[in-house]
Design a protein around this ligand. Structure first.
Ligand SMILES: NC(=O)c1ccc[n+]([C@@H]2O[C@H](COP(=O)([O-])OP(=O)(O)OC[C@H]3O[C@@H](n4cnc5c(N)ncnc54)[C@H](O)[C@@H]3O)[C@@H](O)[C@H]2O)c1
Length: 247
């Protein structure tokens, strides 16, 4: 229980990785508020099974007002927020020259503006508590363009924005006890990958030096590490966790 008593917010907690992150944080002693537009049942069950409290917050985090209302519920219930994991996001495969302005805006809204909205809603509480931990989930696409998925320019650009935002926030709040770090995962063993054809999977693994997919449970351990008291001097770090795919 390395994070006993901490209050955490995990976005995209209804999804594959967010559920795992929430469960691992709860096992480390956090109460967890999951923020998603959908599917928070498994999240709530997983957190409560550890004996910790769960809060299901349904909101579209591309909307600042809705996000502030949802975070307000967590602050009211728990007195504040210590840990924020900006995990919600998602990609789209579209040839760049066929992409519409709406599709571009959607990628930026879902993957970057959402991080602004949730962080904007949470930081005042962290400042009031004298510190906090923010961990953003970007992607190998942010650092290496189409290495993981071709034709994902909007996604890659928005996730690169998350990398820049991480560094700027780390500097802005360095003397306020708030650390801001980012993980750039490579391909993960999530249900989304079950749609890979055998040839597609083979081609993907051929590019990855370890010849394996990543495990969300291992990403969760990195998140926990960034949240430990001993990580107070770790800020602005962009951690590629990708089996060497980005080398
Ligand atoms: N799965 C991978 O291989 C992989 C690799 C690198 C990075 N990532 C990143 O990791 C994160 C989690 O990925 P995942 O595989 O768990 O995806 P997922 O699709 O299973 O989960 C994402 C969750 O975010 C939620 N979400 C999306 N838009 C939202 C909005 N506007 N408001 C509230 N919630 C919203 C979705 O409802 C979903 O539950 C994403 O940011 C993704 O880009 C994933």
């Amino acid at each position: 229980m390395r994070l006993a008593g901490k209050k955490a917010v995990v976005t995209g907690a209804g999804g594959a990785m967010g559920k795992v992150f929430s469960e691992v944080l709860a096992r480390e002693g956090c109460d967890v508020a999951g923020l998603d537009v959908q599917g928070l049942d498994l999240f709530g069950d997983a957190v409560r099974a550890t004996g910790r409290a769960a809060l299901e917050l349904k909101a579209d985090i591309t909307d600042l007002e809705a996000t502030q209302a949802a975070i307000g519920q967590a602050v009211e219930a728990w007195g504040g927020v210590d840990i924020l994991v900006n995990n919600a996001g998602g990609g789209m495969v579209r040839k760049f020259h066929e992409m519409t302005a709406d599709e571009w805006r959607r990628m930026v809204d879902v993957n970057l503006t959402s991080v602004f909205n949730v962080t904007r809603a949470v930081v005042p509480s962290m400042l009031e508590r004298g510190g906090g931990r923010i961990v953003n989930i970007a992607s190998i696409a942010a650092l290496r363009g189409g290495r993981l998925v071709r034709h994902a320019t909007g996604y890659a650009a928005a996730k690169a924005g998350v990398v820049g935002l991480t560094k700027a926030l780390a500097i802005e709040y360095a003397t306020d006890g708030i650390t801001v770090n980012c993980i750039a995962p490579g391909a993960q063993q999530t249900p989304g990958r079950d749609r890979d054809t055998p040839e597609g999977r083979e081609a993907l693994l051929a590019q990855i030096p370890t010849k394996t997919l990543g495990r969300p449970e291992d990403l969760a351990e990195s998140i926990v590490h960034f949240c430990l008291p001993s990580a107070a001097y770790l800020t602005g770090v962009i951690l590629p966790q990708d089996g060497g795919h980005g080398i």
